[in-house]
Design a protein around this ligand. Structure first.
Ligand code: PHE
Length: 345
C-alpha cells in the first residue's frame, strides 16, 4: 500500500463525482468508494500491521482522502438537488401573466329572459305569482272555466289525457279556478307562469309543450279599461314605448267579452309589411272579462265582483322580441343559438 494508490483512488472518485448526472449515481459512487467493502476502507484494516510511524502517516492520509471524497460527494449532492428542483420548477411553470383560460359562461336562454321580464313587469304592478299543477284535473282545466264536456272549444286544445279525468293542462287558465277557490271570495291579482301541453304537430310555430303566463284580476268595479291599460303598459315595457295595442273581438268560453290583443308591428311601425302580413299589427295574447258563469262557479258573486284575465304565450313574445323564427330553438339548447343572445341580453 502506498500513497500513490491513495491518490489514484481519490482522483478516480473525484472524476466520477464530477461526471455524475443524478442522485442515484451519487449513491452508487458513495457505495463504491466509501462503504466498508470499498478499496479505501479495506486499506484502513491493514493499518494494524504497520509500523507505528507509517501507521500514523497512512492513517492520516486515508482519512484525508476519505474526507475529500465525502466532501466532494456532499457538494455534488447539493448541486444535483438544486438542479433537479430547477428542472421540476421549469416543467411545472405557471405563467401568471397569461390571460386566464376561464370558463365561458353560457347565455341565458331568451325564453327565460323574457319569462323573467314579464314576471318583473307584473310584480311591479302589484301582482302575486301563483303556481299550479301541470298534470291537471279536467274539472279545473275545462269544467270550472265554462267549457263543459261537449263544448267544441275542447277540440281546439286537443289534449294529452292520462285518464278520463286527468290531463296535461292545455293552458294556464286552470290556475284561475284554483286561485278563486283558494282566495274564497277575496280580491285577486295574480299571474301564473308555467308549462302547457297540446297535441299539436311540432313545426316552426307549434310545439306540443309550450309556456304561458296567465293573469287574473278579480275585484269590485273592474272593467275592460283596466284590462286595456294593463296590457298596454305590458306591451310598452316589453316591446318599447312606441308600441300601440289594439283589442280585437274574439271568443274564449271563460271570458265575455273576449279579445285578442295585437301590437303595432316593430318592423314597419304599423304601415304594413310582410312580417305583419300587411296589417300593421301582430297578435300577442288573448284575454277578456271573466265570464259571470266562471265567477259564479268559483264562488264569486258576479253582481258584486268583476274581473279580467289574459294569457300570454312566452315563446311567442320572445320570438317577436328577438326575431326568432322557430319555436323549437328554445328547447334544444344549441350553443350556437344561445351565443347570439349573449350580447343582446
Ligand atoms: N287560455 C287561453 C288560451 O290558452 C288564453 C286566455 C287566457 C284567454 C285568459 C282569455 C283569458 O288560448
Amino acid at each position: 500500500m502506498d500513497i500513490s494508490k491513495l491518490n489514484e483512488i481519490k482522483e478516480k472518485a473525484i472524476e466520477r463525482i464530477k461526471d455524475a448526472k443524478n442522485s442515484d449515481e451519487l449513491v452508487e459512487i458513495r457505495n463504491v468508494f466509501l462503504s466498508k467493502k470499498s478499496e479505501l476502507m479495506s486499506m484502513m484494516s491493514t493499518l494494524g500491521q504497520m509500523e507505528a510511524e507509517l501507521r500514523k502517516e497512512m492513517g492520516q492520509k486515508i482519512n484525508e482522502v476519505k474526507m475529500n471524497i465525502s466532501n466532494a460527494l456532499d457538494k455534488k449532492v447539493q448541486e444535483i438537488k438544486e438542479l433537479e428542483l430547477q428542472k421540476t420548477l421549469e416543467k411545472e411553470v405557471i405563467d401568471i401573466s397569461l390571460p386566464a383560460k376561464g370558463k365561458e359562461s353560457g347565455g341565458k336562454n331568451p325564453f327565460f329572459v323574457v319569462r323573467d321580464e314579464i314576471i318583473d313587469i307584473f310584480l311591479g304592478m302589484g301582482y302575486e305569482v301563483m303556481d299550479g299543477p301541470e298534470v291537471e284535473l279536467d274539472h279545473y282545466n275545462f269544467e270550472l272555466l265554462n267549457i263543459p264536456q261537449d263544448h267544441p272549444a275542447r277540440d281546439m286544445q286537443d289534449s294529452f289525457y292520462i285518464n278520463e279525468n286527468v290531463l296535461l293542462r292545455t293552458h294556464t287558465s286552470p290556475v284561475q279556478a284554483r286561485t278563486m277557490e283558494k282566495k274564497a271570495g277575496k280580491p285577486i291579482r295574480i299571474i301564473c307562469p308555467g308549462k302547457t301541453y297540446r297535441r299539436d304537430d311540432d313545426d316552426a310555430t307549434h310545439s306540443h309543450q309550450f309556456a304561458q303566463i296567465e293573469g287574473l284580476v278579480v275585484d269590485k268595479d273592474i272593467n275592460i279599461g283596466h284590462l286595456k291599460a294593463t296590457l298596454e303598459l305590458f306591451a310598452k315595457k316589453m316591446f318599447g314605448e312606441k308600441r300601440e295595442i289594439r283589442l280585437r273581438p274574439s271568443y274564449f268560453p271563460f271570458t265575455e267579452p273576449s279579445v285578442e290583443v295585437d301590437i303595432t308591428c316593430a318592423n314597419c311601425g304599423g304601415k304594413g309589411c310582410n312580417i305583419c302580413k300587411g296589417t300593421g299589427y301582430i297578435e300577442i295574447l288573448g284575454g277578456g272579462m271573466v265570464h259571470p258563469n266562471v265567477l259564479k262557479m268559483n264562488g264569486y258573486d258576479p253582481e258584486v265582483y268583476s274581473g279580467f284575465a289574459f294569457g300570454i304565450g312566452i315563446e311567442r313574445v320572445a320570438m317577436l322580441r328577438y326575431g326568432i323564427d322557430d319555436i323549437r330553438k328554445f328547447y334544444t339548447d344549441d350553443v350556437r343559438f344561445l351565443h347570439q343572445f349573449k350580447k343582446k341580453i
